[in-house]
Design a protein around this ligand. Sequence first.
Ligand code: PGA
Length: 252
Amino acid sequence: MTAERRRPVVAANWKMNFLKADAAEYCRTLRRHLAAMGTPARTVVFPSFPLLPMVARELVATEVAVGGQDLHPEDRGAFTGDVSGRQLSDAGCSWALCGHSERRRDHHESDDLVGRKVAAAERCGLTALLCVGESREQRRAGRALQVLERQLRAGLAARPESFAVAYEPVWAIGTGETATPAAAQEAHEHLRRVLAELMGEEIAAVAPILYGGSVTPETAAGLIAEPDVDGFLVGGASLDPQKFLAIIRHSG
Ligand code: PGA
């Protein structure tokens, strides 16, 4: 199946940015422009936890979905500071980021834990956006594809029905150094091949595989032209709604 038959997904990872007023203004801008554009791509925003109910309210009855940046693998209990999939869903989310490299790095999230988070997302009716990506050292050592395969297999161990994958090379995140379209395509093609082994050809053919790592309106068009690049997970550039909209426009 070719990329033409997979509707692009463009997601904004706001990380630990924005207060309520900025977020509300952002949502209004998005609403206004996306209505005029006819929403060429599936759009998702990932705000910080305290903003979720408000953002979900602002974007209700639009085609923009809302997701949590993380979730706990358990559905409830004594886990101070954590948020469950049920709580995300209750706050108006339909997506959850799982295994972002900043969580793997700063919170020592293992492949196994990420797999359990994906399972929790599925259980709570959320679409998991599983992030995988190699470090610069791993790439230099020629191990990039092997690392991606390991992370993908562990992340999807629960065989979720509703998921997407984001290829986010760690060396490209927040560095201004975007992967070349050819490098992204090589990784995406490999991920799709492993997906076919894991879940079957049919699922692999329709599963969205997004690219993330210093995506800008300037780099988006070249990347989306690759057959296995189905959209983007955008960090820095997504903080400017006009840049995020431009990336959506390039992806449609
Ligand atoms: P970036 O972040 O676009 O700022 O590189 C991407 C991400 O971390 O998801």
